[in-house]
Design a protein around this ligand. Structure first.
Ligand code: BGP
Length: 496
C-alpha cells in the first residue's frame, strides 16, 4: 500500500484558551473564554453579565446556533464562586517542556497551537507588545525546534479579548482590522525563521453558529455579522501581505470548519437544501479567503437582507491579491440535511450537523464517525479551490477510563484514527490531492470548546483533571499514543 509523502506533516493540534492556562500570568489580559463557565452535553456554557448603570446581573446561555443577544447595556463579567475551565486549562503554560517531549516521542513533525492575542497585546491599542508574552511563545518554539517539530500557529483561535468587546464593540468595528494586523505583524517579525506556517482565524465560519467567542458581538444581526466577516477577511488578507513582506518563506492558511453535507434523500428538494447549507455555512468563507472574491449567491443574500458592507477603495483588489496560500480545515464528520423530518433526530457536531445518519455510529455527544468524510471533503475542497490542503483538526471525544494499573485502552480512538487515515491516504494516492499534513485535535487532553468539560477527551496523552478542575495534571500515555507513534514511524503504512 502506498505511503504518505515523505514531507507529510504528522502532528497534533491545540488552542491556547483550551490548553494553555496561566490566564492571568505573564501580563495576559482577559478574554471571553476566561468568563465562560463549564457546561455539559445537556447544559450550555454560560457567561455572567452585569448592567453597570443599574447593577442588574444575569446569566447568558451559549446555545449553539442561536444568535447571541445580551440585554441592552449588559457587559460580560466574572461571577463569584464559579469554575472557569480556561483559567488553568491543562496547563501547557507550565508543562510545555514535558508535553513537547511527549510529542517528540510520538514522532510529531508539526504541532498546531495558538497564540493568545491579549498575552502579546494586553492593551490592544498599545504600540509596545508585552515582552513576557512574546518570550513565553519563543521558548515554546525553541523547544519544538529542538526536536525538529515545525510549529503551526493559529493567530486567533476563539480568542476574543474582553477589551475588544467593551471598547471596540467586537469585530464589526473596522478599527479592529488594524489592531489585528499590528498583532499578526509583531508576531511574524519576532518569530521570523522559527515559524513558517500560520493560520489566521480558526474555523472562521464558526461565526455562523456562535458569535460572542468568534467575533465578539453582544448582539447580532445580518449587518453586524456581515461586517465582522468582512473585517476578518481584510485582516487575513493584510496578514498575508505582511507575511510576504516579512519573509517569503512564510505560508498563511485559512481555517474552515468543514463537513461534507449529504442530502437526506434523493428528493431534489433535499439536494438543493443540502447545497445551500454547504454554500451558506461553509464554502462562501473559503470562496473569499482562498478564492479571493465574494460569490454571487452571497451578494444576492446581502441584497435581500439589506446588508451594505462598509468598504474602502482598493480593498477588493487586496482580498484577491492576498488570498491565503493554503486551505486548512477541521473535519470531524459529515452532516445530513433535508426537508423531510423522518423522526431520526438531530446529530451532534461542530456545526449544524442536521439529522442523525442511520449508517454511522456516534460517541456519547452524538458526534458520528464517518470513515469517508476526509476523502470526500478533500476532493470537494480541492476541486473547488485547487490550493494545497491541510487537515488541522480531526478526532474523537471520549470519556476515557483509567484502569487500576494506570493504563488507558482507547481502542475506539485507534479505530477512528485508522479509518480517517485510510480515507486521507486514498485521497492522496487514488485522487492525487496535495495534502500537506494532518494534526489530530487535542493531542494532549484539553478542555472541550463546546461543553467546557474535561471528560470529552481527544488526546493520545491523558491529563489527570476532572470537570471541576480537580486533579494532579499528571500526563499518562494512552494506547493510541503507541499507535500514532507507529503510524508516523511507518509513514502511514502500518495501520493495523
Ligand atoms: C472545533 C474547535 C476546537 C475544538 C474542536 C472539538 O470546532 O476548533 O477548538 O474544541 O472543535 O470540539 P469540542 O471541544 O466541543 O469537542
Amino acid at each position: 500500500m502506498s505511503k504518505f509523502p515523505k514531507d507529510f506533516l504528522w502532528g497534533g493540534a491545540t488552542a491556547a484558551n483550551q490548553y494553555e492556562g496561566g490566564y492571568n500570568e505573564g501580563g495576559k489580559a482577559l478574554t471571553i473564554s476566561d468568563v465562560t463557565t463549564a457546561g455539559s452535553h445537556t447544559q450550555p456554557r454560560r457567561i455572567g453579565w452585569v448592567i453597570p448603570e443599574t447593577g442588574e446581573k444575569g446569566v447568558y446561555q451559549m446555545e449553539f446556533g442561536k444568535p447571541v443577544s445580551f440585554p441592552e447595556g449588559a457587559i460580560p463579567c466574572v461571577m463569584e464562586d464559579t469554575y472557569y475551565p480556561s483559567h488553568k486549562a491543562t496547563d501547557f503554560y507550565h508543562h510545555y517542556k514535558e508535553d513537547i517531549a511527549l510529542m517528540a516521542e510520538m514522532g510529531f513533525k508539526t504541532f498546531r497551537m495558538s497564540i493568545a492575542w491579549p498575552r502579546i497585546f494586553p492593551d490592544l491599542a498599545s504600540e509596545t507588545p508585552n515582552e513576557e508574552g512574546l518570550k513565553f511563545y519563543e521558548n515554546v518554539f525553541d523547544e519544538l525546534l529542538k526536536y525538529g517539530i515545525e510549529p503551526l500557529v493559529t493567530l486567533a483561535h476563539f480568542e476574543i479579548p474582553i477589551e475588544l468587546v467593551l471598547k471596540y464593540g467586537g469585530w464589526k468595528n473596522r478599527e479592529v482590522i488594524d489592531l489585528f494586523v499590528k498583532f499578526s505583524t509583531t508576531v511574524m517579525k519576532r518569530f521570523k525563521g522559527k515559524v513558517k506556517y500560520y493560520l489566521t482565524f480558526n474555523e472562521i465560519n464558526m461565526m455562523e453558529f456562535m458569535q460572542i467567542g468568534t467575533i465578539g458581538l453582544l448582539e447580532v444581526n445580518h449587518q453586524t455579522k456581515a461586517q465582522s466577516a468582512y473585517n476578518q477577511f481584510m485582516a487575513s488578507a493584510l496578514t498575508v501581505k505582511a507575511a510576504r513582506e516579512i519573509d517569503p518563506e512564510i505560508k498563511v492558511g485559512m481555517m474552515l470548519a468543514y463537513q461534507p453535507i449529504y442530502g437526506e434523500t434523493c428528493d431534489p428538494a433535499d439536494q438543493l437544501f443540502a447545497l445551500k447549507i454547504a454554500q451558506e455555512q461553509f464554502l462562501w468563507y473559503a470562496d473569499v479567503q482562498v478564492g479571493g472574491r465574494y460569490p454571487n449567491f452571497k451578494l444576492k443574500e446581502y441584497e435581500r437582507n439589506g446588508v451594505v458592507l462598509d468598504t474602502r477603495e482598493g480593498e477588493a483588489e487586496i482580498l484577491e491579491k492576498y488570498a491565503c496560500d493554503f486551505l486548512s480545515f477541521s473535519c470531524y464528520g459529515s452532516g445530513v440535511q433535508g426537508t423531510h423530518d423522518d423522526g431520526t433526530g438531530r446529530a451532534g457536531g461542530n456545526g449544524l450537523m442536521g439529522r442523525k445518519n442511520p449508517y454511522l455510529n456516534a460517541n456519547a455527544w452524538g458526534w458520528a464517525t464517518d470513515p469517508n468524510c476526509l476523502r470526500i471533503a478533500l476532493n470537494q475542497l480541492y476541486d473547488r479551490y485547487h490550493k494545497p490542503l491541510w487537515i488541522v483538526e480531526n478526532g474523537i471525544g471520549w470519556d476515557d477510563k483509567v484502569e487500576e494499573d494506570g493504563s488507558i485502552h482507547d481502542t475506539y480512538r485507534i479505530d477512528y484514527l485508522r479509518a480517517n487515515i485510510e480515507s486521507m491516504r486514498d485521497a492522496i494516492n487514488l485522487d492525487g490531492i496535495p495534502l500537506m499534513g494532518y494534526t489530530m485535535w487535542g493531542c494532549i487532553d484539553l478542555v472541550s470548546a463546546g461543553t467546557g468539560e474535561m471528560k470529552k477527551r481527544y488526546g493520545f496523552v491523558y491529563v489527570d483533571m476532572d470537570d471541576q478542575g480537580n486533579g494532579t495534571l499528571k500526563r499518562s500515555k494512552k494506547d493510541s499514543f503507541y499507535y500514532y507513534k507507529k503510524v508516523i514511524a511507518s509513514q502511514g503504512e502500518d495501520l493495523d
